[in-house]
Design a protein around this ligand. Structure first.
Ligand code: AR6
Length: 195
């Protein structure tokens, strides 16, 4: 549990069905969840931001598996995700998810972002992953407005895990104080509805 003791208040923890949602301001590569999600691109061969950090911390085995997937299935379209091992990371798996590039909002970006989170959860459930850490997909290099992206992330995850009977832990990992405020607000709103 290590990392989230300091944040264990109502605005950083929420319950959805038998599962727990956690908000953490931290580095995603340090998370000891079964899997972490990478904010990847369609090429699947690395990049900057979260992607760069994951490949640096996880070592060459992750890239090797990504190359194998590329060779077998080609590029990964926005809204989809693939899974590899975690290499040297504490997490056993990395789910490489491709979010939409923000083009102003009329290119179906919101629906594609929703599909991206959904694809991660589908892969998690089919690989027996019970704990999963998400970064704020598309809100860095891909320029998706952070507030709207957070709401889509939060609602999509909640709706998908609420009906599950087996408990899961989902962490939303943010890097900036600004992003933390956005998620904190969502957690607080949601907790006040359900209590
Ligand atoms: N841990 C947690 N969050 C982080 C970390 C980290 N180590 N590093 C950055 N963030 P981005 P995107 C935050 O750009 O917008 C890459 O080049 C960051 O502050 O990583 O989906 C890929 O190869 C921001 O809030 O992902 C793609 O080409 C969020 O993570 C492209 O960028 C996402 O920023 C994907 O862009």
């Amino acid at each position: 549990m290590g990392h989230h003791g300091r944040l264990a208040d109502e605005s950083h923890i929420a319950t959805a069905g038998s599962s727990t949602l956690v908000l953490l301001r931290d580095d995603i590569t340090l998370q000891n969840t079964d899997a972490i999600v990478n904010a990847a691109n369609s090429g699947l061969l690395g990049g900057g931001g979260v992607d760069g950090a994951i490949h640096r911390a996880g070592g060459p085995e992750i890239l090797r598996q990504c190359r194998e997937i590329r060779a077998g299935s080609g590029r990964c379209p926005p809204g989809a995700a693939v899974i590899t091992g975690g290499g040297n990371l504490p997490a056993r798996f990395v789910i490489h998810a491709v979010g939409p590039v923000w083009h102003g909002g009329s290119a179906n970006e919101r629906e594609i972002l929703r599909k991206t989170y959904d694809a991660c959860l589908t892969l998690a459930l089919s690989n027996d992953i019970r704990s999963l850490s998400f970064p704020s997909i598309s809100t860095g290099a891909y320029r998706f407005p952070a507030e709207e992206a957070a709401r889509i992330a939060f609602v999509t995850v909640r709706q998908r895990i609420e009906p599950l009977s087996e408990p899961m832990e989902i962490r939303f990992i943010v890097f900036s104080e600004y992003d933390e405020q956005i998620y904190r607000q969502l957690f607080a709103e949601y907790s006040s509805q359900t209590n």
